[in-house]
Write a protein that binds this ligand. Sequence first.
Ligand SMILES: Cc1cc2nc3c(=O)[nH]c(=O)nc-3n(C[C@H](O)[C@H](O)[C@H](O)COP(=O)(O)O)c2cc1C
Ligand code: SF4
Length: 428
Amino acid sequence: MTRSMSQASPEVASLHHLLGHPIDLAGHIETHGALAVSLGHGTSWQRALAASLEESGLAGRGGGGFPASIKLAVARAGGHGGTVLVNGMESEPASDKDKLLLTRAPHLVLDGAQYLAALCRAKRIVVCIPIGSDGVAAAVGHAIDERSSARYARVSETVVRPPDRFVAGEESALVNFVENGLSLPVFRADKGSALRIQKRPALVHNAETLAHIALIARNGPGPFRARGMAEEPGTCLVTIGGAVELPGVVEVDRGVALRDIAMLSRPVEPAQALLVGGYGGTWVGPEDFGTPYASMSLRMIGASAGVGIIVVLGAEACGVAESARIARFLADQSAGQCGPCVFGLPAVADDLAQLARGQVGTGLMPRLDRRLGEISGRGACRHPDGAVNLVRSALKVFAADVAAHAQGRPCPYRHKPSALRFPRPITI
Ligand SMILES: Cc1cc2nc3c(=O)[nH]c(=O)nc-3n(C[C@H](O)[C@H](O)[C@H](O)COP(=O)(O)O)c2cc1C
Ligand code: SF4
């Protein structure tokens, strides 16, 4: 399924060397040394680790890109006895990085959670792996058994299995699932506000973020900051797919140009666009292929780093049809509780499907534009916002094709099988 390869860099990237084969507890300790945490409150060890995390400049790798040190400070201020949740949901269909990490280096991810649990005085770690990802759950379950037998873990570690749905990986949906068994996002006026389970703090982190935390805790912030950019340090895992010869997971420094990342997987056709950040991400056109893979640079072209995903759309593909498939997939994934998302996303998907078929009345384009404006920012979670950004980027990047489709001249490639990965075929 996946393969790892390093960036064309002489150095061994920080996570890359772990991705070659599964590593058991003995191998993990041999490579990194044992977990060394101090369980007191306000100890010098804790102050030093919190300072290391802040100095590292690590931002979350689950899509939002929020600074890990700020999330930690909020969780610590919320009091003791909480939960650290490992987000191993990887709900983006085009992503493989977390599955790879959790099967090859589960101890590193779990150690990252243990370090955070010690800093927050949390009482347990819960690893969330969706129903259906049985190989990943088995690998993590085995790692937890090894740690338990060796009395290695400091606080309890368990696996829970939320449903395999796109929205189930959203952090408030995970918290809701662990607390109530309901895999639904919870409305929060401030989506960055603290999460709680049974009135105690809940700190949710992506699996990759936790692996970086485990390395920073052991090695200090220096090696992490030595990679990437001064304003956005470190490396990140990126799943590359689409029209490439070698699809798989790579580790690259933040700030490497999008074009250079895509080249690592050897595109088989000239690229007409790159899908950056997954199905809740954005299309990027050739004029921006030189953009550094870093939040600020991507923001300047209306994109975001999102989850580490780059999909190459070859020249012989219909970007309008592919976007219509993504819109349909995202509409089907709504958790069904907020009107603008429940009714708006299917309506947008219908509009795009009509556009892809070239069956467009005069009112379609203004109606689509109005609908996108009505949906954005109106859901309990950011799922509809991701869908709106994706569609807006499609209208911009494929503007010439959109115009041709809108005039009843759809391109011949619209009937080609999709180059994108979906859990089941999408009909438009
Ligand atoms: C619809 C939706 C789905 C999401 N799915 C995932 C997921 O599968 N895995 C993940 O790590 N984060 C996912 N996120 C982001 C999480 O809500 C959260 O920001 C992340 O787990 C925080 O971890 P980080 O700070 O380490 O990035 C999703 C967000 C949204 C809006
Ligand atoms: S915005 Fe959509 S996906 Fe998010 S909670 Fe509301 S209905 Fe569910």
